[in-house]
Structure formats: structure tokens, C-alpha cells
Design a protein around this ligand. Sequence first.
Ligand code: NAD
Length: 367
Amino acid sequence: MTCKLLLLPGDGIGPEVMKEVEKVLAALQRLGVAKFETEKGLVGGCAYDAHGKSISESDMGLAMAADAVLFGAVGGPKWDGVPYEVRPEAGLLRLRKDLGLFANLRPAICYPALADASSLKREIVEGLDIMIVRELTGGVYFGEPKEIIDLGNGQKRGIDTQVYDTYEIERIGRVAFELARKRNNKVTSSEKRNVMKSGVLWHEVITALHKREYPDVTLEHQLADALGMQLVRWPKQFDVIVTDNLFGDMLSDVAAMLTGSLGMLPSASLGAADAQGRRKALYEPVHGSAPDIAGKGMANPIAMIGSLAMCLRYSFGLGEAADRLESAIAHALGAGLRTADIKGAADAVISTAQMGDAIVARLEKAA
Ligand code: NAD
């Protein structure tokens, strides 16, 4: 099996963590898991420096042609003053839009070895394994009108519009129900139907979809504010959470911190399935370019390597290889290996490259 990947390392720590993914890809190939054909492109600030755009048309072409895109991180103070439409994040938004990536999957897994790195008590988070499914291409971030208007009386008005159509809610709902069937068979849908019309529709559409196509899956509804509270009170009650773009943005960051560090969190963004069941897909760590530690060999590569595990599972059907990679990560953590972001008071600290090497070594040994 040949897997065509486009690597977009980006800025800051992006290239550092992507380098570790390249080591893992080489190891997986040596182990005969698959053949990986990789190309590399520029995105974010480095693309702006090279082309005056946050992603070039030729790199967009490579992204469209690839089976999947692995994305590092973009941005940094160097590009704070560049024009809004070519700011580093615009490259990521363009990729999401042109690839039609409407479903953002963010797992929050708390490895037992790291339970003490969470701000919550060990018993609340140890063994946590939840999946947040966030709608990514609709809602208030994209709805029109979206503007600031001058009211002419010394006042201005800022307007964003929350808008969802039935098909957008149905397709994200399907992703959540399908995932739940492969996990613990429970979906929690979240909106604010008590104060938002889009929430009323969201609730109605998810309820009807469940009744029509997924009656075997347990469905519950929670208002987004209550769900935020429950996430920090008793997160293990959840399996799959499905919610809109805005609430998903916030709730997935809350869930992220339950697991201890941004450096641990992978994500997947998926498009619609084609006739062969293949989806356009982009995999990226949740963290940004971390300019404060860039170039110091301190970045934790696990979020990026975990994103590759998601890619193996969701783009290539290599679930068993993904399991092996995830258990190599758990093994490295279980052996007490720690980058600076996840170290306890008594832990020695290893570098980005040492963590990558340890995961590769375990992967090879386990095979
Ligand atoms: P950040 O995620 O880059 O960093 C937040 C904190 O977490 C920092 O202290 C950083 O050192 C630490 N951290 C992040 N990833 C880490 C890792 N892998 N290992 C160890 N420590 C890690 O968020 P920020 O500081 O708010 O943003 C920095 C830049 O990144 C900004 O330009 C922002 O716009 C951009 N950003 C990009 C993305 C993306 O590319 N998807 C996401 C968020 C932020």
C-alpha cells in the first residue's frame, strides 16, 4: 500500500516536531506497514517570506492531490504585522476551506503516567478517553454578515452571524455517531437551544438523525455551558461529544488541559467521503508554533506523532499500526521519559529528538 502524504511543517516548533514524524514514517516503512511517498511544502509565515502568501497555489495543488496532509504549526511574532489576508493562519483556513474539512476530531486521552500533570485530581482524569467532534466550516466564524459598521453617532457595531443548515448538522452528526459505534457507543450533543435558534435546529436535526439512522447509539444532549462544567467535574462520563464550531473551539481546549499539556494533543480534520469512501484529511497537533521554545529542542513531539497515528487510522485504515504507535508513545511515557512541558518535580528532561527516538525504538522493538 502506498500512502501519499504532504508534509507542511510550518513555523516555530512545527519543523522540529515534523522531523520526528519523518523518523516514525521511515520506521513504519522499514517495518513493512506501508510505503510512504512524502512531499514537503511551505505554509504560514515561512510561506509568506518565500511567496508573499500564506500558502502558494502549487502547495495547495499538492494538498489537493495528496491522500492526507500532515500539518505542523504556523505563526509567530515575526509575522504579527503582515496584512490580515496573508497572515500565517490564513494558510490553514484556506486548506480547511478548499479541502472541505468540516469535521474536526480532537481526542483527549489522559495517559496514566501523566495523570499528575493535569490540574485536576488523578482519579478524575486517569484513563480518560473522550473524542470531541467539532463542526469546522460553518457557524459564527463564517456566517454573513460579518462586519464592523459605523453607526455615525460615535458608535460602531460588530456583527458575527451564527448560521447552520440542516445538511451541515446532519453530516457532522453522522461522523460523531459512526465514531461512537467504534468506541463506547455514546454521543453527547451540545448547543445552546435555550437562547439560540441555531441551537434549536441543531437539537432537532441530531435527534431526528439519531432516531432515523443510529438508534443503537446512546444519545444525550447537554447545553454547552453545562457541558463545560461537566467536563471539569466528571469528564469520564463522556465518550463522543459533537458540537458546533464556536463551542467546539472552546470545549476542546478545556478538554485539552485535562490531559496535562498542549504538547500531547493530536487532531484530525476530515472532509466528505467520496464514492470509494476516501476523505480529504489534514492532521495536526492542537498546539501552535510555540515561539517561546522554538529552536531549543524542547518541544514535545507526541501531539504531532499522535496526529500521524490518527492519519494511519482514519486515512489509511491502518488501525493496528496506529494502535502500535500509540502504545509506543504510552510505553515511552510509562518508562518515565519526559519533555520539559510534562515533567514532574523529580523528572529528568529529554529533548524533542530523544523523545522521537525513544518512540521509534519502542515501535521497532515491539515488532
Ligand atoms: P502555543 O500552542 O504555540 O503555545 C502555548 C504554550 O504551550 C507555550 O508556552 C508553548 O511553549 C507551549 N507548547 C505548545 N506546544 C508545545 C509542545 N509541543 N511542547 C512543549 N510545549 C508546548 O500557543 P500561543 O503561544 O498562543 O501561540 C503561538 C503562535 O502559534 C501564535 O502565532 C499563534 O497564532 C499560533 N498558533 C497556531 C496554531 C496552529 O498552527 N494551528 C494554533 C494555535 C496558535
